[in-house]
Write a protein that binds this ligand. Structure first.
Ligand code: PLP
Length: 387
């Protein structure tokens, strides 16, 4: 069988693979604790369930415009006004099958073969493969080792005349780090000066802890409308616990939105009609579940850090958002894949090796699951690593 060079270059999604391994072991009856997950365990908001059910029961579930229905676009316009304090129109908005699809459409819309995309380490596992799918080349930036935040000087040093985009993800998967307002300001300025797109993957932007408030990138922008270099990627997967609906979006300049929507039209014809209705209802509905989720995650974070705290040699920054912490375990093993395999074998705990996020010596531990699993998982890790 002959396969394309491009397809052979891609790796299987490490996190999806781990989910499958955990499910298989559980299916065989092993008491596995899954600290590798990437979705909240809370329920979908009732308004979203009602909207989806009503649409399905109407029996009229049809194609929509490739960029989304008027209803979902209006909801995203409203969301951008409310959470970014920024006014956009329907022509700036494209709904897609998840933030992932929105980002992919954007990369396909802006990259020519060999164009470069700057990605700070540690990064979400999919970015390098997505850039490769769009025939681009990823240039990685090492972070400040203390904060795991990239330094603007290091980003600037990587900019060439092939640089088309910088991808920022804050709160960050896998570190839970929240980039400082100064860094966001500096990168907006850099992108505007050098004509580079700034792709902000904001999928965790409302899952913030310790009283933090989301920083709106638009506050620092001087270029607006068709001049804007900012592309905000977001979706309902995390904040509204709607991962299975597969509904995300991009907010961008009008001409770019049009091109991204053309790309999407030929790939998927647009996101599911049912999911668009559900997501619009979630965005328009009572937002209490989002705050409740964030508070619940904050409590789980504290408990996880407390349980891990007494393990000498482990270093970890306190996550400011999302639902991951990125533990530096180099004192135990600098090979994160070997360490993750050891913990799965010895303690039946699933973790994600830092290698997958471009930073060896670390493990990503999720705290989006049940509190008792988080506590038990951390205690098992501690026991397994204590001589
Ligand atoms: C940083 C980041 N971006 C995007 C996504 C995917 O979001 P969606 O489910 O909307 O495609 C994830 C999911 O884990 C993520 O962690």
């Amino acid at each position: 069988m002959s396969l394309s060079l491009l397809a052979r270059q891609l790796s299987e999604s490490a996190t999806l693979k781990l989910n499958a391994t955990a499910a298989q072991l559980r299916g065989e009856g092993a008491p596995v604790i899954h600290l590798g997950g990437g979705e909240p365990e809370s329920k979908v908001p009732p308004g979203a369930i009602k909207a989806a059910t009503e649409l399905v029961q109407s029996g009229e579930v049809r194609y929509t415009p490739a960029s989304g229905t008027r209803e979902i676009k209006d909801a995203i316009v409203h969301y951008t006004g409310r959470y970014y304090d920024y006014e956009v129109g329907r022509e700036n908005v494209m709904a897609a099958a998840g933030a992932k699809q929105a980002l992919m459409n954007c990369l396909l819309a802006i990259l020519d073969p060999g164009d470069e995309v700057i990605v700070p380490r540690p990064y979400w596992v999919s970015y390098p493969d997505m850039v490769a799918l769009a025939r681009g080349v990823t240039r990685f930036v090492l972070p400040d080792p203390r904060t795991l935040e990239p330094r603007i000087g290091d980003i600037e040093a990587l900019v060439t005349d092939r640089t088309k985009a910088i991808i920022f993800n804050s709160p960050n998967n896998p570190s839970g780090g929240v980039y400082s307002a100064e860094l966001v300001r500096a990168v907006v300025e850099l992108c505007e000066e050098r004509g580079i797109y700034l792709l902000l993957d904001d999928i965790y932007h409302r899952l913030l802890f310790d009283g933090r408030l989301p920083v709106s990138c638009y506050r620092y922008a001087r270029k607006h409308g068709d001049e804007s270099r900012i592309v905000v990627i977001n979706g309902v997967s995390k904040s509204y616990a709607m991962t299975g609906f597969r509904l995300g979006w991009a907010v961008a300049a009008k001409h770019l939105t049009k091109i991204m929507s053309n790309v999407q039209g030929h790939m998927t014809s647009g996101p599911s009609t049912v999911s668009q209705a559900a997501a619009a209802a979630a965005i328009r509905g009572d937002q209490g579940s989002v705050d409740e989720l964030a508070r619940g995650l904050e409590g789980r974070r504290d408990r996880l850090l407390h349980e891990l705290g007494s393990l000498p040699g482990l270093e970890v920054n306190k996550p400011g958002g999302a639902f991951y912490c990125f533990a530096d375990l180099r004192a135990f093993d600098s090979d994160s894949r070997r360490l993750a395999a050891f913990l799965l074998d010895k303690a039946l705990v699933v973790t994600v090796p830092g290698f997958e996020f471009g930073m060896e010596g670390h493990l990503r531990l999720s705290f989006c699951g049940k509190l008792e699993d988080i506590v038990e998982g951390a205690q098992r890790i501690r026991r397994a690593l204590t001589p």
